[in-house]
Ligand binder design. Structure first.
Ligand code: ADP
Length: 179
């Protein structure tokens, strides 16, 4: 059966999303940081960090392009998937492939947990300085392709915090629909 998942673009704060799961742009330590990571830990409360610490004890953090899952604490979502985007280094460090892996591995993990709806932030486009348009194209392409491989997820939201990303996602997805 072909997956008929709906892909939506919204502008706003991912901590307010009502999807089963929200994705965090974490760092390899899993101990929290600035940007969306800080916002998720603040809004979700200490339970999220407690589970992250347990994961660290088991496997020593999370590698770039990989993903781990925890509770969402006080958030409306049930789960947080923490994935680690690459720091942009002028494309010299396989950043594109690593960013693609963040989306693919997050969706694989979501599927394993029976998650049907998931919200992604614009991974790596903040503190990690990945060029926004390139990152948006990779995110949309990775998600669209991965959804073809599975039937569990019915809703994916790209949650853009800033106007520039919101416009880019709208434009790229609009072009795809018309092309
Ligand atoms: P990274 O280190 O992966 O670049 P950042 O958190 O700095 O992570 O930024 C990733 C993206 O998340 C940026 O586009 C930033 O604008 C966005 N962002 C920051 N806070 C929030 C939030 N509360 N909800 C959704 N997106 C957010």
């Amino acid at each position: 059966m072909k997956n008929t998942a709906e892909i939506q673009v919204i502008q706003g704060d991912i901590t307010q999303c009502e999807t089963d799961c929200i994705v965090n742009a974490a760092n390899t330590s899993l101990l929290g940081g600035g940007g969306v990571d800080g916002a998720i830990h603040r809004a979700g409360g200490p339970e999220i960090l407690e589970e992250c610490i347990k994961i660290r004890e088991r496997q020593g953090g999370c590698a770039v392009g990989e993903a781990v899952i925890t509770t969402a604490g006080r958030l409306r979502a049930k789960y947080v998937i923490h994935t680690v985007g690459p720091v942009w280094n002028n494309g010299r460090n396989q950043e594109e492939e690593k960013l693609r892996n963040c989306y693919i591995h997050s969706l694989e993990l979501a599927q394993k947990h029976g998650i049907t709806s998931i919200a992604f932030p614009n991974i790596s486009t903040g503190i990690y300085r990945f060029p926004k348009e390139q990152a948006a194209r990779i995110a949309i392409d990775a998600v669209t392709n991965e959804l073809r491989n599975q039937e569990t997820i019915t809703q994916v939201q790209f949650v853009c915090y800033d106007e520039e990303n919101y416009k880019l996602y709208k434009e790229i997805l609009g072009d795809q629909e018309n092309g």
